[in-house]
Design a protein around this ligand. Structure first.
Ligand code: NAD
Length: 501
């Protein structure tokens, strides 16, 4: 049977792909319709684990971006005029419909990114649903802010900002997109999403869900494509009022420069080079397990990963040996296998970058304790595979110890005393996150507060409460998202002061 065409130019919407074997051509979602892009360029979507093509993503043009922004602009007055409880009802419906596709989210995310299916379920699918539920609940709990004066009352009104550009990376595709869409539309904005061209599948699924639940046309739009053809024109579009960008620091710099002249509201969640600081009084078993998880979750491709492990001198040798042992028992393999701990890296270009850093580490005087080589599971010869790698002996000033590698590579460093630990941890342009491992909780708090980062965990890592502020300092970004910080970013606070009689 011929697959149905979605329009004259012949895209095949993925939901209608007859047997799942043919490459699927994705469509943009604009004004409540799945539509073909205006150009004729495509990018293959490759499974990182196998190198097989399993979809094609349209490389949209500035014309497509313009159409999406116009659709959002047309929808915004009616959407912004709904009551908050009506909009919250839509968030609930999206959460329910996404939850019904939980397994699809996990499986698409695992194929698209190369991450283990267990991780895609527990983190990606879980959080994508939870983000809509969380913001629905938070908005339900919102109370009118009132500031009384002896002769007047101030009412704070939170108005929509207008049209948002939501741009996301490949490492946590739907997790990060839903983290932006839910608060943005919850506060009455309409949005244009631009997911990573490397991992477009679950953004497409979200559009299917949004279409299925019947969200008013134009409230959420999606333009696929790369940074040059779609991302940059979206940020530069004069009808965009806010930009929420998550991605690399170098891209963030371009986004900031493009958004600045028209004073677009801007949130930048950028790269990191986070330290896990291990004190001699830590609880060794749980610290080794926690620091290994912090270093290698998602093949080390989480902005929060602790890619530098700083260990107090007196326990350095013992910790190093136990750490390396724990890394070596991690199972690298088929992402669809429930028992896999580490899957494939996102792309062949990315693996080249990671390999380049491993070579550089050797030139910079580092010693490889484990890994450093591709480790290709049988049957996955065309995928992007790299063994988890641990390096010691590098200066804290070296490039490998200060630049973001964003792969399964961890460097170990010795320190003596709190001051040196803090100095090494802060010795980078980044300032996103960190973790401190100690049985002295006073020290845990003291050291945390001395770190130049937006977030620190003590005796844990990536223990997320969605109410807390999330974001970085220095070159890791501008602004905070999460809880009321997201609601604040996606709205304009207006004060109305009413004088009493
Ligand atoms: P990237 O910066 O290459 O791309 C991110 C997104 O920006 C993609 O959708 C891309 O198409 C788009 N883009 C590229 N050029 C653009 C331009 N000029 N204008 C507008 N958009 C453009 O990042 P990546 O490689 O996809 O993701 C990895 C990076 O993301 C790492 O540095 C990681 O630390 C960071 N990250 C940060 C957080 C955080 O919360 N701080 C979370 C996840 C990932």
């Amino acid at each position: 049977m011929e697959p149905e065409k979605c329009c004259e130019s012949g895209c095949i919407p993925c939901e209608r792909d007859p047997d799942g074997k043919e490459p699927i051509d994705l469509c943009n979602y604009i004004g409540g319709e799945f539509v073909c892009h205006s150009g004729n360029e495509w990018k293959n979507v490759l499974e990182p684990a196998t190198g097989h093509r399993f979809a094609r993503v349209p490389l949209s043009t500035p014309h497509d971006v313009d159409s999406a922004v116009k659709a959002a602009r047309a929808a915004q007055p009616a959407w912004g005029a709904l009551s908050q409880s009506e909009r919250v009802g839509w968030l609930d419906r999206i959460a329910d419909a996404l939850e019904a596709r939980y397994e699809d989210i996990a499986s698409l995310e695992s194929r698209d990114t190369g991450k283990p299916i267990s991780l895609a379920r527990a983190v990606d699918a879980h959080r994508s649903v939870a983000n809509f539920r969380f913001f629905a609940d938070l908005l339900r709990e919102q109370e009118q802010e009132i500031f009384e004066m002896p002769d007047a009352t101030n009412f704070v009104v939170h108005k929509p900002v207008g049209i948002g550009a939501l741009i996301t990376p490949w490492n946590l595709p739907l997790y990060l997109l839903s983290w932006k869409v839910a608060p943005a539309i919850g506060m009455g904005n309409c949005v244009v999403c631009k997911p990573s061209e490397l991992t477009p599948m679950t953004a497409n699924l979200l559009m299917q869900v949004i279409d299925d639940v019947g969200l008013p046309a134009g409230v959420v739009n999606l333009v696929h494509g790369d940074g040059v053809g779609a991302g940059a024109p979206l940020v530069a579009n004069s009808d965009i009022d806010l930009v929420s960008f998550t991605g690399g620091t170098d891209t963030g710099e371009k986004v900031a420069a493009s958004a600045a002249p028209s004073f677009k509201k801007l949130s930048l969640e950028l790269g990191g080079k986070n330290a896990s600081i291990v004190f001699a009084d830590c609880e060794m078993d749980s610290t080794v397990a926690g620091v290994v998880r912090a270093g290698f979750l998602n093949q080390g491709q989480v902005c929060l990963c602790g890619s530098r492990v700083l260990v107090e001198d007196s326990i350095y040798d013992e910790f190093r040996d136990r750490f390396v042992d724990a890394v070596e028992v991690m199972r690298v393999g088929d992402p669809s296998d429930e028992d896999t701990d580490l899957g494939a890296l996102i792309s062949s270009e990315h693996i080249e970058k990671v390999r380049g850093y491993i070579e550089l580490a050797k030139e910079e005087g580092g010693s490889l304790l484990t890994g450093g080589l591709p480790c290709v599971p049988t049957g996955f010869e065309h995928g992007n595979w790299m063994a988890p790698t641990v390096i010691e002996g590098l200066s804290p000033d070296s490039r490998c110890s200060t630049e973001e590698i964003f792969g399964p590579v961890v460097t170990l460093h010795r320190f003596s005393g709190e001051d040196e630990a803090v100095a090494i941890a802060n010795n980078t342009r980044y300032g996103l996150a960190g973790s401190v491992w100690t049985s002295d909780l006073e020290r845990g708090k003291r050291v945390s507060e001395a770190l130049e980062t937006g977030m620190v965990w003590v005796n844990t890592w990536l223990h997320r409460d969605l109410r807390v502020p999330f974001g970085g300092v220095k070159d890791s970004g501008i602004g905070r998202e999460g809880g009321r910080w997201s609601l604040g970013f996606f709205s304009e606070a207006m004060n109305v002061c009413v004088k009493h009689d």
